[in-house]
Design a protein around this ligand. Structure first.
Ligand SMILES: Cc1cc2nc3c(=O)[nH]c(=O)nc-3n(C[C@H](O)[C@H](O)[C@H](O)COP(=O)(O)OP(=O)(O)OC[C@H]3O[C@@H](n4cnc5c(N)ncnc54)[C@H](O)[C@@H]3O)c2cc1C
Length: 275
C-alpha cells in the first residue's frame, strides 16, 4: 500500500511523520509550493493521494490541513497519533496530557504524527505539489507582537507565571521584577486573562501559548490539566503555592509551600545581592 506523507522542508516533525508513514506502507512524500492556504493545500493532497492514506506532521499547520482534507472527504481524521495497529490508533488528547485509544472507521486513513512520538526517518525523494490558489484564503502577512524589547513568552528561557493566587493585575509587579532579573518573560493562567489582569497573549496552556523554557516558575497556579498542557515542556518547574495539596506540586521539580507575595520578592532580593 502506498501512503502519501505531507512534509514541510527542514522541519524535524516531517521526518517523524515519515517514520509513521513507513510503518503503514510504501512512502510517497510530497511538499507543497506556494503561500500557506490550508483549503487549497488540502485540495492538492486529495488530488495526489486518490484513495491512499495521508499522513501529515502534528504541527498546527499539519493538523489544520489534514482537518480540511477530512472535511472535504467526509472522513474521520486522527490527529497526533502515537501508534497505529490496523484500524486502531493511540493518540494524544488534551494537549498531550492523556492518551486515547480509538478505532478509525474508514478505508482511507488520515493521520498526523504526534510530535516527538516517532524517531526521525530518512528523507525519501520528495515531490512538489502546486495547489490551485484561485479564490483560496491565503496568509499574506505575519505580525510579530510587540514585546517592548523583552524576550517573547514562546522564546524565553525563564518564564515567571502567575495564577489566581497573584490576586490582582497590580500583584504581577513582583513577577515582572523577578522575570526582569532573570531575563525572562511573564506568563499567566486563564483565570488571570479572564479577569483582565493580563492580556491573552500572556496565557500559557491548552488554549494559550505552549512554552518550553529551561525554568518555569508557577506562582499561585493550581496546576489544572489545561495549564500543564502549556508548560509541560519546561526542563525545570518550580512551583510556589500556599496549599501543600495543590496539584501543581505533582508536576514540580522544586516546591515552595508559602505565600507568593513573600517568596517572590525574597527570591528577587537574593538575586540582587548576588549581582
Ligand atoms: C477548554 C478549557 C481550556 C482551558 N485552557 C486553559 C489554558 O490554556 N490555560 C490555563 O491556565 N487554564 C485553562 N483552562 C482553565 C483551567 O481549567 C483552570 O481553571 C485554570 O488553569 C486555573 O487557574 P489558576 O491555577 O490560576 O487558578 P486556581 O485553580 O484558582 O488556583 C489558584 C492557586 O493559587 C494558590 N494561591 C492562592 N493564594 C496564594 C498565595 N498568596 N500564594 C501562593 N499560592 C496562592 C491556591 O492555593 C491555588 O492553588 C481551560 C479550561 C477549559 C475548560
Amino acid at each position: 500500500m502506498t501512503v502519501l506523507v505531507f512534509v514541510e522542508p527542514d522541519d524535524e516533525l516531517s521526518l517523524q511523520a515519515i517514520t509513521l508513514a513507513r510503518s503503514l506502507g510504501e512512502v510517497r512524500a510530497v511538499q507543497i509550493d506556494g503561500p500557506y492556504a490550508p483549503a487549497a493545500w488540502a485540495g492538492a493532497l486529495i488530488e495526489a493521494a486518490g484513495t491512499d492514506p495521508i499522513v501529515g506532521l502534528g504541527s498546527d499547520r499539519g493538523n489544520e490541513v489534514l482537518a480540511h482534507v477530512a472535511a472535504r472527504l467526509d472522513l474521520p481524521f486522527a490527529a497526533n497519533v502515537t501508534a497505529v495497529r490496523g484500524d486502531e490508533v493511540t493518540r494524544q488528547r488534551w494537549g498531550g496530557t492523556l492518551l486515547e485509544e480509538a478505532r478509525v472507521h474508514s478505508d482511507q486513513k488520515l493521520f498526523t504524527a504526534a510530535p516527538f512520538a516517532f524517531a526521525a526517518g530518512d528523507v525519501p525523494p520528495v515531490e512538489t505539489l502546486r495547489p490551485d490558489l484561485t479564490n483560496a484564503v491565503q496568509v499574506v502577512e505575519r505580525v510579530v507582537p510587540d514585546t517592548g524589547g523583552r524576550v517573547s513568552l514562546a522564546d524565553a528561557k525563564v518564564v515567571v507565571s502567575g495564577g489566581r493566587g497573584v490576586g490582582s493585575a497590580e500583584g504581577f509587579a513582583i513577577l515582572e521584577d523577578l522575570a526582569g532579573l532573570l531575563d525572562g518573560a511573564v506568563g499567566c493562567s486563564r483565570v488571570v486573562t479572564s479577569a483582565g489582569w493580563r492580556p491573552h497573549t500572556d496565557q500559557v496552556g491548552q488554549t494559550g501559548t505552549k512554552v518550553s523554557p529551561d525554568l518555569y516558575i508557577a506562582c499561585g497556579i493550581s496546576g489544572a490539566t489545561q495549564h500543564i498542557a502549556g508548560c509541560k515542556g519546561a526542563k525545570t518547574l518550580l512551583a510556589i503555592n500556599n496549599d501543600p495539596e495543590a496539584t501543581i506540586f505533582t508536576h514540580a521539580d522544586y516546591a515552595v509551600i508559602g505565600n507568593l507575595h513573600e517568596i517572590v520578592p525574597a527570591i528577587s532580593a537574593e538575586l540582587r545581592k548576588s549581582t
